[in-house]
Structures are given as C-alpha cells and as structure tokens.
Design a protein around this ligand. Structure first.
Ligand SMILES: [Zn+2]
Ligand SMILES: [Zn+2]
Length: 362
C-alpha cells in the first residue's frame, strides 16, 4: 500500500491578513500590527512597525529597549517578553524564532513554523554590511514575506564607503562651512557615524537632540560611536557655529530655524531616495548621499532567490514591479497591501514626527 506523506498546510491557511496586519491564527498573535492588539511580535523599532499600546509584546531585547525609549514605559506593551536571536519559543504550538535582519539594531526576521510549513516575515532588511547591527541571515522557507521599498531596477545603492568619501571630500573642500547631514534618528544616524569612523574620521561629531538619545541607546548595547557632542548655541546673536564640522540631524532639519546657527551649512541627506536626482533637487539638498538601510533591487531579487521560497508575499512599497520580476523567475508573488505609513525611508519624503522630537533637547 502506498502511503502519501501528510502535506504541510499552506501558510495561507494559518497566516491571515486582518485590518491590524499579518495574523498567525494558531499562535494567536500579530506581526508588526498597525493597531493595538492583545499579542504582537515586533520586527524592529521603527514607528511603522513598533506601534504603541499592545497587550503582550515579543521582540529582541534591543527592540524592546528602543520601543520603551520612544513610546515610554506605559505604551511599549503592557507585558514585554524579550527573545534572543536564534532561541525558538513555542506560541500555542507555533515555533517562533527571531533571526537578524541587518536593518537596524535589534531588527529581526520572524520565522514561524507550524505543522511542517515555514513562513518568514523579514520586516525591513538590507544585505550591505553594517557594523551597528548583525547581518541578515537567509532562512529557506515556504513563504517569504519581503518589503519592497526600493523594488525598482533604478534603485541600486552604491557601497556606503563611496558616499562617505564624497562627504569627507566636501568637508575638506569647504573648511568654512558646517556639513549638515539629514538622517533618521534610529539606524541611519548610527550607521553614518560608524561609517565615518571606519573611514578614519576621528574628530567629534555633532548631534541634533533628536539623534543623541538613540545614539546613547546604541552605545549601551555595545556599538561604539566615538566622541559625540550636542550642537552648541552661538555665543552672540548673529554668530554661527561649527565651521568645518559634521552635524547629524533629522531629515528636513535644514529647513528649521534651528539650522540657522550653523556656519553656512552644506546640506546633505543620507537616504536611498537620493538616487532620484530630481527628488534631491526639489528638496534643495546640496550633497545627496545614497545611503539606505533597505535592500536595493538587486539585493531584493538575490535574497528571494537565496531563501528559495516558491512563494513570496510583498509589502511596503513597489509591490507590482517585484512580483512581476519574481514571476519571470517562476516564483509566485502576492501583494499584501498592508496599511501603515512608513517611518524610515519607506515613508519618504518627511518623517515629521521625528523632526519635531527633541528639537532643542540635549
Ligand atoms: Zn524599518
Ligand atoms: Zn518599514
């Protein structure tokens, strides 16, 4: 008698899209839900993934610390449970493991296994080296859920060292001007600092208040950033500060009255969107730096091939282009159309909340 092996259930039967986002039915939890839910697993600390007011929150220790720092003790989950990378945890029969995503400190892919089928929610991720977080690990799976922020062939990110060299060239060329680098407070800022240090820049770096607290948190988790200082106020009205120095501030801080204290600043922005010249021009960015914490087109395709999933669910951005390209490679693509505004680069152009935060603090 021939006995067929029991087929594993297709992930579509146990992971559903609800108004709150992805929901694991047997495990009874959501992943990165857009609204408060009883039980959430959070991939990383950017505000479009880590929302306030969930009941129980499961995440890496780093992500929980980031959530608590940004949302406050009371709103970062009534009950927090930290789970280290690679330590599986059973949730009502579903095996959950967090694996590094290479996006920002603490960022994780959520690996879920149930009755022989495996689904991986990558959150946001990148494949480029980043000394401020652990590298992305490809996990073979039945369904891979990928972001698609930069899922167009035009988006190819140069190596970060190339962009940092352009910044340092400009600093050398304009010793009388400050360099104001716009970058997101969580992840991008620390990565730019680490890349400057790797390039041998060992002078103090100056931080807008919004960047300072997150840098301190990174340092608490062992990421060395060198000497960081707050931006001083000019001694006298009409005077300016920090000629020849590098200042990191939230994107669009250059249009803030705050920036008037800086000596004739060269405005730079570190973002994958700076690849689009018109966008940099429209924003009046003098020195666009193509630095992204998201996978570019080539890395999205390479990653989907590496995890070898017959099916890829696409969210966060240019879903159609990626699905079309996957189709040509024999992979079934599905657009998730999840709701939720992006905080980091996905949410181009302006992260208004971050700009206001800590305006004059520290
Ligand atoms: Zn993110
Ligand atoms: Zn995101």
């Amino acid at each position: 008698m021939h006995c067929a092996a029991m087929a594993a259930p297709h992930p579509e039967t146990w992971i559903r899209i609800t108004p709150e986002g992805l929901y694991c039915e047997p495990g009874d939890f959501h992943i990165d839900p857009a609204r408060p839910v009883p039980r959430a697993i959070i991939s990383h600390g950017h505000s479009d993934h880590a929302r306030p007011d969930h009941g129980a929150v499961l995440a890496t220790p780093e992500t929980l610390a980031i959530m608590t720092a940004r949302l406050g003790e009371g709103r970062a989950g009534l009950q927090q449970q930290s789970i280290a990378y690679h330590q599986p945890l059973m949730q009502n029969g579903v095996r959950v493991t967090l694996v590094p995503a290479g996006h920002v400190l603490g960022s994780a892919q959520v690996v879920m296994e149930w009755q022989g089928s495996r689904l991986v929610v990558s959150g946001d991720y990148k494949r480029e080296p980043d000394p401020t977080c652990l590298p992305f690990e490809p996990i073979p799976c039945d369904v891979f859920v990928t972001e698609a922020t930069f899922a167009l062939p035009v988006f190819r990110h140069p190596p970060i060292g190339h962009e940092i060299a352009r910044l340092l060239d400009s600093v050398a060329l304009f010793p009388d001007r400050a360099h104001l680098v716009g970058c997101y407070a969580l992840g991008k800022c620390q990565r730019v600092i680490a890349a400057l240090r790797e390039a041998g820049f060992d002078r103090p770096l100056y931080l807008h208040g919004a960047q300072a607290s997150m840098c301190r948190l990174y340092e608490r988790f062992g990421v060395a950033l060198g000497e960081l200082r707050p931006v001083p106020r000019p001694a006298k009205r009409g005077e300016t500060v920090l000629p020849g120095q590098i200042v990191l501030a939230p994107p669009s801080a250059e249009s803030n009255p705050w920036a008037r204290r800086l000596a004739d600043p060269v405005t730079a922005v570190a973002s994958g969107w700076m690849r689009v010249r018109q966008r940099a021009k429209a924003r009046g960015v003098e020195l666009p730096l193509v630095i992204s914490d998201h996978a570019d087109w080539d890395d999205l395709l390479a990653t989907c091939a590496e995890v070898d999933a017959p099916e890829v669910w696409v969210t966060h951005g240019r879903e159609e282009a990626l699905i079309h390209a996957l189709d040509g490679r024999g992979v079934r693509g599905r657009a998730l159309h999840l709701v939720g505004r992006e905080e980091d680069e996905g949410g181009d152009p302006e992260p208004a909340a971050d700009t206001a935060e800590g305006e004059e603090a520290a």
